[in-house]
Design a protein around this ligand. Structure first.
Ligand SMILES: *Cc1c(COP(=O)(O)O)cnc(C)c1O
Length: 376
């Protein structure tokens, strides 16, 4: 029996997401210790002390199902963003929310638009429901202001009568590229209100203030807008899986019909609430990232490597040669970075911004695999 024939068309054509290599896996394979992972845009600061304390107090309640409506967390998020609780949809990570959106709005008869080099989860959730993906060309490598960036005009011209959803990430992963607030606003005015626009702001908190769009207030202007955010990045809770969508209440109601009632577990709810109270942790995380990005850019300059301008907590470097062997060589130095050939960037590696020491280590490892081991 060829079970593949039993699967839906969408699933038959699906290529699974390639996660960053876990530290334990590398250490098991090479029999090494003290390896360093800068492959999944995790926060080097780790979860805040107050979050860890809150988690401990929640442990004795783990025999109970989570609050399926996650009242406390949704209430808090609504307060933080100046919205109504009914506008908040929670997910098991924002990836879960992206999938809820696809399942709510897409069918085999409809299409979704996103950019070349856009976040890999968009093609997956679109393909899983058998919808058509319409991929807009990104800005070319020699573009004057934003090489590899989302070309919103190209995206607009991909929208047709079957298009139900547009996905865009600002800043985008894996490129780190961004869209000027005014340009984004103009784009939203041009998209038909019958097309849902998903603005993925997973790295919002890392953005310089001058580039942060007034996206939450835009929810009043554009009823077709869905903003997604996550606790995985700045709040350093990737292991707990919690993200959310902000939208008008009618869209949130639809997403919540598809959502599994217990998709966000008790620990995740408790931790996310505590994380929202810890402004210091956010400020510190931003500071470490700003300094780390600078440190990496200076290091790449010294190594003669070009990189894509980034305002995320990662940066994608052009190795000027096929990156796969260099990725392997870095693994043997105990350093895990992220190959991005699956994005059509076979010469690039994406590197997460770490602590000062971690950045220093990845730069030394790069020097070693490119120029031979240092003899000091
Ligand atoms: C990391 C990331 C997310 C967040 O994923 P979670 O499921 O919340 O961990 C969403 N979008 C983009 C573009 C990302 O890079």
């Amino acid at each position: 029996m060829a079970y593949k024939e039993l699967a839906t068309k969408g699933v038959q054509g699906l290529t699974p997401y390639l996660p960053g290599k876990p530290v334990e896996e590398l250490e098991r394979e090479l029999g090494i210790t003290h390896s360093l992972k800068l492959a999944s845009n995790e926060n080097p600061l780790g979860p805040s002390a107050s979050v860890q304390k809150a988690l401990i107090t929640a442990l004795p309640l783990l025999h109970l199902y989570p609050d399926g409506s996650a009242h406390n967390l949704r209430h808090k998020l609504a307060q933080v963003h100046g919205l109504d609780m009914q506008q908040v949809t929670l997910g098991n990570g924002s990836n879960d929310v992206l999938e809820l959106i696809a399942r709510t709005f897409l069918t085999e008869q409809s299409s979704a638009v996103f950019s070349e080099y856009a976040f890999a989860v968009y093609p997956i959730v679109v393909q899983a429901v058998g919808a058509q993906a319409k991929v807009a060309n990104a800005y070319p490598v020699d573009h004057s202001s934003m090489p590899y960036g989302h070309d919103l005009d190209a995206m607009l011209s991909c929208i047709d009568k079957n298009t139900k959803v547009v996905f865009l990430a600002n800043p985008n992963n894996p490129t780190g590229t961004w869209i000027e607030p005014a340009v984004l606003h103009e784009f939203l005015t041009k998209v038909d209100a019958n097309v849902v626009v998903v603005l993925d702001e997973a790295y919002f908190e890392y953005m310089p203030d001058s580039l942060k769009p007034d996206s939450i207030n835009w929810l009043n202007l554009f009823p077709n807008l869905i903003i997604t955010r996550t606790f995985s990045k700045i709040h350093a809770l990737a292991g707990l899986r919690v993200g959310y969508a902000l939208s008008n209440a009618e869209i949130a109601d639809l997403l919540n019909r598809v959502r599994q009632p217990f998709n966000v577990n008790t620990m995740a709810q408790v931790a996310a609430c505590a994380a929202l109270d810890d402004e210091t942790h956010v400020v510190q995380s931003v500071m470490i990232n700003t300094q780390g990005l600078k440190q990496l850019m200076i290091g790449f300059d010294e190594l003669g490597l070009n990189y894509i301008q980034s305002i995320g907590n990662f940066i994608t470097v052009d190795m000027n040669q096929p990156a796969a062997p260099l990725y392997d060589a870095l693994l043997h130095e105990g350093v895990i970075v992220r190959p991005v050939a699956n994005y059509g960037l076979a010469n690039h590696l994406r590197i997460t911004v770490g602590s000062y020491q971690q950045n220093d280590r990845v730069l030394r490892a790069l020097d070693s695999v490119l120029n031979g081991p240092a003899n000091d």
